[in-house]
Design a protein around this ligand. Sequence first.
Ligand SMILES: *Cc1c(COP(=O)(O)O)cnc(C)c1O
Length: 235
Amino acid sequence: MTTIRNNLQSVHQRIAAACRAAGRDVNEVTLLAVSKTFGPDAVREAHEAGQAAFGENYIQEGVEKIALLAGLDLQWHCIGPIQSNKTRLVAAHFDWAHAVDRLKTAQRLSQQRPEGLPPLQVCIQVNVDGGATKAGVAPAEALALAREIAGLPNLRLRGLMTLPEPAPDFVAQKALHMRARALFDEINGAGVALDTLSMGMTADLEAAIHAGSTMVRVGTAIFGGRATSSAAPAA
Ligand SMILES: *Cc1c(COP(=O)(O)O)cnc(C)c1O
């Protein structure tokens, strides 16, 4: 077996164990393989091991990989920040956008989604911890943004995404993820239907699953470590 195949199996075991411990059905949690900084061969290898959904942070890099792998039946998620001059690329090439945190970005994605493609699946990034990256909408503004995005054509609002600062242990990690969960419940309760909580990465996927995550975004545990400079958020 290849390393990537082994790693995927380990991650699936972690997800299954966390679901058992949390009393959840394992089918409620989707694994998104974060392939940023890794080449098309790594994606191909993961696909051969049964992985279908891939996440990319850096839009240009993602678009190049998507083109190189166009022959495979893959689902592509843009999980990085989307500057205004990149919305057209995201709308044209990706299936999902996770880090939408402004109405302006959503409007551009809606206008620029090419005809003939299914709606772009969208998550609102929420800044649950006031983190240093400052990406994401403040929790108090999430419901209003969700209402606006839900009304836009060519998009389908799916849920919330978080990228909190690393927390030291399970309890602290879960407390952060529970803030997103509470917001998710509140927005659903207000009548804007959400089905996706995109949260949890290599270091905290168990805590995220306990808090209700439906999509964990895992890079390192599948593909290995990244060079530090490339792992920094895109400017
Ligand atoms: C890099 C990245 C991940 C994956 O992180 P790992 O710790 O390598 O699992 C998940 N989500 C986002 C937004 C990322 O940028």
